[in-house]
Design a binder for this molecule. Structure first.
Ligand code: PHE
Length: 335
């Protein structure tokens, strides 16, 4: 009996894998196992012998069962440890790329424009894209026979309203909404019924700037526009101011930006002129102040209408305006 016990327990101790241990268990305790065979032989013994030998065999069976169960735990732990060692975490491996979204370049530039003007105490306002003819034209001193009203430039809606052709209608709205003196910008989409090409889109973006106070000058306006441009580009810019005509300003100007793509040498983006028309502006016409419900003898203002799409193209050196509204993810993922 002792020899059997030693043999069985040695085999259990020698098993180093779960599979080997299972073999040992089957060999001893299985249906055709050695111990099972010995237990079957008990039937042929005398009652006294059967009792003594049966007890001894059952003790042996219990000892083997216990030994197998204990060994099972040790073997499983060793196997797990071996597996873990093989699969050790390497913290220096690069992570899996995260497919994060991107901000559209227009959003980025609008954010930085808003940032600049918020720091100068400007309100940021949002006005409707579907406008009345009054706010889009009449209120801005644009007479009924002005060519800009032509259906070639303006999208007319079935209800007689228009899709705003510029952000300037916000000038009259802001004067009616806010108590002067105030400063505000209103960025947004504008629409024009025109054929598209690399520099024309039917839908594009502008930012209107407006300041109303008792005495404002072209110097105030220039300072704001220069702060805007250096803020967006993060470096000094070169500009030139030319006279420009718009019915809602007097005097009116065009502020041109020295091309940031070619530094003025001439390239396709600036049409080889070295300059880009970017910021029409001027002192608000007294008629517009009046339409805003204010007395032009008391209140003065300046306004600009920044070509935001063009600014984005300058900022990121984009050579075709149609990319901006294309919805093409390959485009957006570059920024
Ligand atoms: N609204 C004009 C345009 O879209 C630009 C402008 C704005 C001019 C403000 C002067 C003052 O062309």
């Amino acid at each position: 009996m002792e020899a059997l016990r030693t043999e069985a327990l040695d085999e259990v101790a020698a098993a180093t894998t779960t599979a080997a241990l299972k073999d040992v268990e089957v060999r001893w305790l299985g249906k055709k196992g050695r111990l099972t065979a010995l237990l079957k032989e008990l039937g042929g013994l005398s009652p006294d012998d059967r009792k003594a030998r049966g007890q001894a065999l059952n003790e042996l069976k219990r000892d083997i069962t216990d030994a197998v169960a204990q060994r099972e735990i040790a073997v499983a732990q060793a196997e797990l440890a071996a597996q873990a060692a093989g699969e050790r975490l390497d913290p220096t491996l690069p992570g899996l790329p995260v497919d994060a979204g991107r901000l559209h370049p227009l959003t980025r530039v609008i954010d930085s424009v808003e940032d600049v003007f918020e720091r100068m105490g400007f309100h940021i306002l949002d006005y409707p894209e579907a406008e009345t003819e009054f706010f889009n034209f009449d209120g801005l001193n644009i007479p009924a026979d002005h060519p800009a009203r032509d259906t070639q430039d303006t999208f007319y809606l079935a209800d007689g309203n228009v899709l705003r052709t510029h952000t300037s209608p916000g000038q009259v709205r802001a004067m009616r909404d806010l108590k002067p003196p105030f400063r505000a910008i209103f960025p947004g989409r504008v629409y024009r019924c025109e054929a598209t090409d690399a520099s024309h889109e039917h839908t594009f973006h502008q930012v209107e700037g407006l300041m109303i106070d008792r005495h404002v000058s072209v110097a105030h306006m220039l300072h704001s526009m220069m702060t805007l441009l250096t803020g967006v580009f993060g470096r000094p810019v070169q500009v030139r101011l030319r006279p420009g005509f718009f019915p809602f300003v007097e005097p009116g100007f065009e502020l041109d930006l020295r091309c940031m793509v070619c530094e003025g040498a001439g390239c396709p983006v600036c049409k080889r002129s070295g300059w880009v028309e970017l910021l029409p502006c001027g002192l608000v016409h007294p008629n517009v102040i009046r339409h805003g419900g204010l007395d032009p003898e008391e209140w003065e203002g300046w306004a600009f209408g920044l070509g935001l799409s063009r600014l984005v193209m300058m900022r990121y050196q984009i050579d075709d305006i149609r990319w901006l509204m294309s919805g093409d993810l390959r485009f957006v993922r570059q920024f």
